[in-house]
Design a protein around this ligand. Sequence first.
Ligand code: 4NP
Length: 155
Amino acid sequence: MPVKILMVCLGNICRSPLAEGILQSKLPKEKFIVDSAGTGDWHAGQQPDKRSVATARNRGLDITQQRARQIKTSDFDKFDYIYVMDASNYNNVVKLAPNTTAKEKVRLMMDALYPGENIEVPDPYFGGDDGFYNVYDMLDEACTIVADNLLKTHS
Ligand code: 4NP
């Protein structure tokens, strides 16, 4: 059975689609399934934000096949690890968790790189293109650590 990882942000159009694409690119597809979702449903069914698509494309990743969806309770059964981008995502996701085991699957993304420092991946939605490259670079660093740890744990 493949290991399943879910990346979560608010809208599932800016940060978590990048996180999905980046982590996927660092793991073998036969062993790991990476998906993403949002805590909100406003953008359900949409492609990632065009600025996320362009940022990914400039860094060599195609994320255009992704479609936004809202996280649901059954995701806690389906996924082994749930990574959230900020404290607000964390609170919203943990609120949905049906039990303690489910709650323990939820981790703050940047904790992989800076454990316990509560660093957030900032929401780039209302800013300029720079914000998207900053998000990409933060996620790329954190996903390198996450991928290394996953490969070690599930070898
Ligand atoms: P994301 O960014 O959570 O990184 O996908 C956002 C996308 C849309 C909105 C907020 C944040 N919005 O308010 O529609």
